[in-house]
Design a binder for this molecule. Structure first.
Ligand code: WQD
Length: 340
């Protein structure tokens, strides 16, 4: 009998890709989402890719009774928690909404899961917890910097909630995956990133500019102390990222954890600049992108990229997809949704 994984926020960009990889690795998946930040495009795409019905429940994870009903109705052996608000700028304007939503939902999941014998909790964390690191590349031992936004702070607090719950309750163990910059789309072009309104993130803004939805891409700052003056990031392909979640779930389910609470950086280990990414997108897709250099964006860090060796060694996972392939998939996805 396949083991069942609950993917909270599973109708979203990362959640839907993880759902596909889990099913293709032999797990059963239940998707629960409050649909506040996405429509059913990616859920339907995941069903098409896998050929599976994939049970879906509309759930507000801040409603503890709803979470209770979910666990009563399903035998869940592990939870991957994505359900959270994630717009950095919006979190600065709406801190209470962000703390309420992102913390209450996670507290409910941990509390209800453990009372139903589900002891495996995988938390979707972020490299944003490192802020602007003193030393690069970033390892899991690199100190977390004070969060520069309520969004980033909720990631740090949720890591601490998981760490303290593991310590306090004998029946919880957890893994936090710190993603760097997830980009791209599934090679089928049936699932991908669907930002609401004007995209905050770079790659969806690039693809929307290329398709004509946006007039011009602004590159925020070309006067940084970097080789070409633009910021450096560690862009991790979304399918590679999704596969890391399968490795982490298996590590928990197969009792291979070395500590009851573990943290892994999920990145390529390769810094890429904004301008390099823009040029790679143009080259691989044969497109001339309309862009301009604009002032720096407040809150941006100059450079951050991972040392992924712990995940490579312990999870047996490594980023494999070349960035050119990722950018081709991102463009194919943009063209697919433009036709819908
Ligand atoms: C990347 C680079 C921008 C848009 C954020 C969150 C992080 C995670 C990933 C959720 C920066 C530049 C961007 C644009 C640009 N999200 N840029 N023009 O800020 O590194 O990380 O998203 O978990 O938590 O903090 O990603 O894609 O917004 O920016 O020049 O229109 O692209 O300045 O240098 P970021 P990003």
């Amino acid at each position: 009998m396949a083991q069942t994984v609950l993917v909270s926020g599973g109708a979203g960009f990362i959640g839907s890709h993880v759902t596909v990889e889990l099913i293709q690795a032999g797990y059963d998946v239940i998707v629960a989402d409050n649909m506040s930040n996405c429509d059913k495009t990616c859920l339907l795409g995941a069903r098409k890719i896998t050929g599976r019905k994939i049970p879906f429940f509309k759930v507000d994870f801040c409603n503890r009774n709803a979470v209770e009903r979910l666990f009563q109705a399903n035998k869940i052996e592990a939870v991957i928690h994505f359900a959270a608000f994630k717009a950095v700028g919006e979190s600065v304007e709406q801190p209470v909404m962000y703390y309420r939503n992102n913390l209450d939902s996670f507290l409910n999941i941990i509390d209800v899961a453990r009372t139903h014998g589900c002891r495996n909790i995988l938390f979707s964390s972020s490299a944003t917890v490192y802020g602007q690191p003193e030393e690069l590349p970033v390892t899991e031992e690199s100190p977390r910097q004070e969060a520069t936004s309520p969004y980033g702070n909720t990631k740090q607090i949720c890591e601490d909630i998981l760490r303290d719950s593991v310590k306090a309750y004998g029946n919880v163990r957890g893994i936090a995956l710190r993603y760097f910059n997830p980009i791209g789309a599934h090679p089928s072009a049936l699932i991908g990133e669907l930002p609401r309104g004007v995209p905050n993130n770079l790659v969806p803004f690039i693809t929307q500019t290329a398709i004509g939805k946006r007039e011009c891409l602004s590159i925020f700052g070309n006067d940084y102390p970097t080789p070409d003056g633009t910021c450096l990031r560690d862009y991790i392909d979304i399918v590679d990222l999704a596969k890391a979640h399968v490795c982490a779930v298996s590590r928990m389910m197969e009792d291979k954890m070395k500590e009851p609470y573990e943290i892994f950086n999920i990145g390529t280990g390769r810094p890429v600049s904004v301008l390099e990414l823009v040029n790679a997108f143009q080259k691989v897709n044969g497109i001339k992108l309309n862009y301009r250099f604009a002032p720096r964006r407040p809150g941006d860090v100059t450079a951050v990229w991972a040392d992924p060796s712990k995940a490579n060694k312990e999870l047996g996972w490594k980023a494999e997809r070349p960035v050119e392939e990722t950018l081709r998939a991102a463009w194919n996805w943009e063209k697919y949704i433009a036709k819908k």
